[in-house]
Design a protein around this ligand. Structure first.
Ligand code: FE2
Ligand code: FE2
Length: 185
């Protein structure tokens, strides 16, 4: 499926960053592979574009996309993989360099494997100065959810989506699987 032109360059940059620099623990994974993270990245960038987010906010979503499932130990719910991914991202910023350290990005990752109420509460409390803190958390979880069509045509219950932009993107996300087998070109 064709990538919208407006996000092509960002997508290519973050995708090659993930391919070359982000290490995934669970190489035997079926559902939480780099290919999954690549599609989450694509959805994140599309949502950021349609919402008109700033470059910094868009990068927060992109970084969360490429790290968020890298520290899974299994394809089971594996609660805690979000926290481990956030730690990995932090270490990466400190030791490897080349990435901006955004505590909000770490929080989005850390809470992505928890219930919305917990994540919203933690981000509201921890980031009172971030106008779009909760929105970024919700948009990230929606991007992750939009790739549930990989599990089958009924993999995603759209009633659980949090944002209008994600609901609007559903037919596109569904077609990515029904017509293109999940392949992005
Ligand atoms: Fe996850
Ligand atoms: Fe994920």
């Amino acid at each position: 499926m064709e990538i919208p032109r407006s996000i092509r360059a960002d997508y290519d940059n973050w995708n090659s960053f993930m391919e070359s620099r982000v290490e995934f623990w669970n190489r035997a994974s079926v559902h939480h592979t780099k290919a999954h993270c690549r599609r989450v990245l694509l959805f994140s960038l599309m949502l950021a574009d349609s919402r008109g987010l700033s470059a910094r906010e868009r990068d927060i979503l992109a970084m969360a996309s490429v790290f968020h499932d890298s520290r899974r130990q299994s394809d089971m719910p594996d609660i805690g993989h979000g926290w481990r991914a956030a730690e990995y991202y932090k270490e990466f910023c400190e030791l490897a360099g080349g990435l901006p350290w955004e505590p909000l990005c770490a929080a989005v990752m850390r809470w992505h494997d928890r219930h919305d109420e917990e994540g919203v509460e933690a981000i509201t409390r921890g980031f009172p100065g971030e106008a779009n803190g909760v929105l970024l958390y919700q948009m990230f979880k929606d991007s992750d959810a939009l790739d549930r069509f990989r599990l089958g045509p009924r993999g995603l219950d759209v009633r659980f989506l949090r944002t209008e932009e994600a609901r609007a993107l559903c037919p596109w996300a569904e077609r990515l699987w029904s017509e293109h087998g999940g392949k992005i070109e």
